[in-house]
Design a protein around this ligand. Structure first.
Ligand code: ATP
Ligand code: MG
Length: 438
């Protein structure tokens, strides 16, 4: 908005962020950085490497990749036409399709499988509520090119490593198998027959999906449908030997690693591209939005998006939900106050103070320089108040008298017993070394 905009000139109502899209501000942003550091440590431990794909993708990528009869494609996508060239574009609602597109486009699988991860914003037009936003963030992993159940166990256990890294104790693992397409077809017939027989119990969403995607009815969040869903034919009864043995191997590997799980036959996941293993990590502490992480195998996807057939498996984790749980449990990073706050009774000391602060920073100290406000430099008293509020361990005072002798005073702010001392500026680097070692 420009200065000449009448709304700004007249002090009219300020602009606000888009509904369901949040600003992440200090001090909360520290928790985000702490989380992202933990993610990078875990990814590094498992040999997963970072990918960053565009936030905007061709709409067709999601229509093809996710399936037309999914919540996301039916009603949640931010899609628009590029007014410059008429291209149909979409703000990514998830990142698996984008990562697979990039892997195909850059022929990443030419020399074997790839283990990848991403962190970033996703966009879905949903009703905003706790744990559900229109811009939200996910970290996710994708292991491409590996068909075996051991990689399913690996990605599941990576999420466990992250819970441990964050100090989160009781996140529950739920597992299921979606088998293969032909197995789902036989189940689908039985499912349609069951739901047809109980038509009057179905809500509008379910009726609409009855013949297009009946499996998704099992995924309903409508409690009024729980009895008709609970009595529905179970996909597990339609799985062939290979699918069953894949699931058993995943379970065996998890047991060997000491990871408990429950098999949840209603766990079907939102996207059509999943096959075999599907899983969710769930907490009971966040109310309705308790799924922290969901994922599964998507062996058909690479080929569906035009690549040479290659299997894949991955998960996506909702960062807002994880951090909500972290806050709920009183976990999170230790505060990281600066080491030093520089106090300048007179603004004329700025050049010296800046150069001293730079040299302390180059020793690895965190140094905050007092900055004048619109009202001016501020009294010593108000500067000390700010120094105190910053949490700094020391105030370094650049008073005119000391400076004339080539000195500054150093006042400990966190120790009532310690007294103020005077240091030659030339000796401060040595003082900083001592401070870091302490
Ligand atoms: P839900 O059933 O809660 O809508 P989903 O099946 O649509 O979840 P996925 O597409 O599997 O979710 O995304 C993986 C994770 O991303 C979810 O488990 C959740 O933690 C998070 N997530 C999904 N949608 C949102 C959203 N709108 N706001 C915040 N987090 C979200
Ligand atoms: Mg959803």
């Amino acid at each position: 908005m420009s200065e000449s905009d009448p709304a700004t000139r007249n002090g009219a109502s300020p602009l606000r962020a888009v509904r369901g899209m949040n600003d992440i501000l200090p001090p909360d942003s520290a928790r985000w950085e702490w989380f992202e550091d933990a993610v990078r440590r875990v990814m590094c431990r498992y040999g997963y490497r970072n990918v960053r794909t565009p936030v905007v993708e061709p709409t067709a990528l999601f229509v093809r990749g996710l399936g037309e009869v999914t919540d996301i494609v039916e009603k949640e996508m931010y899609s628009f036409v590029d007014s410059m060239n008429g291209d149909a574009l979409t703000l990514r609602p998830e990142n698996t399709a984008g990562v697979v597109r990039a892997a195909i486009e850059h022929n990443l699988l030419h020399d074997g499988g790839k283990r990848l991860y991403y962190i970033g914003p996703m966009f879905r037009h949903e009703r905003p509520q706790r744990g559900r936003y229109r811009q939200f963030h996910q970290v996710g992993v994708e292991a491409l090119g590996h068909p075996g159940p051991e990689i399913d166990a690996e990605v599941i256990l990576m999420a466990r490593s992250l819970w441990r890294e964050l100090g989160l104790g009781d996140v529950r693992l739920e597992l299921n198998s979606l088998g293969q397409l032909d197995e789902r077809r036989a189940h689908r017939e039985a499912l349609i027959a069951h739901f047809e027989a109980h038509r009057d119990h179905l809500d509008a969403d379910a009726l609409r999906r009855l013949h297009t995607n009946p499996l998704r009815i099992l995924d309903t969040k409508n409690p009024a449908m729980s009895s008709v869903v609970d009595s529905a034919p179970c996909l597990a009864d339609y799985l062939g030997a290979a699918s069953r043995s894949h699931l058993e191997s995943v379970c065996g590997a998890l047991e060997a690693a000491g990871q408990g799980y429950t098999i949840n036959p209603r766990l079907v996941r939102g996207m059509d591209y999943y096959n075999l293993t599907v899983f969710e990590w769930v907490t009971d502490k966040l109310g309705a939005q308790g799924t922290l992480c969901g994922g599964g195998r998507y062996d058909p996807l690479v080929q569906m998006l035009g690549g040479k057939p290659a299997p894949g498996i991955g998960w996506g984790m909702g960062i807002e939900r994880v951090l909500d749980l972290v806050a709920e449990l009183g976990l999170g990073p230790q505060p990281a106050p600066p080491d030093v706050y520089c106090i300048l009774p007179d603004g004329a000391a700025a050049p010296v103070a800046i150069s001293v602060a730079e040299s302390l920073r180059s020793q690895g100290l965190s140094v905050v320089m007092h900055a004048a406000s619109a009202e001016g430099q501020g009294s010593m008293k108000s500067q000390f108040r700010r120094a105190d509020a910053s949490g700094a361990r020391y105030a370094v005072v650049f008073g005119a008298q000391e400076l004339a002798q080539g000195c500054v005073s150093v006042k400990p702010l966190r120790d009532d017993q310690a007294t103020q001392t005077t240091h030659r500026i030339a000796d401060l680097a040595q003082w900083a070394v001592g401070l870091r070692a302490a």
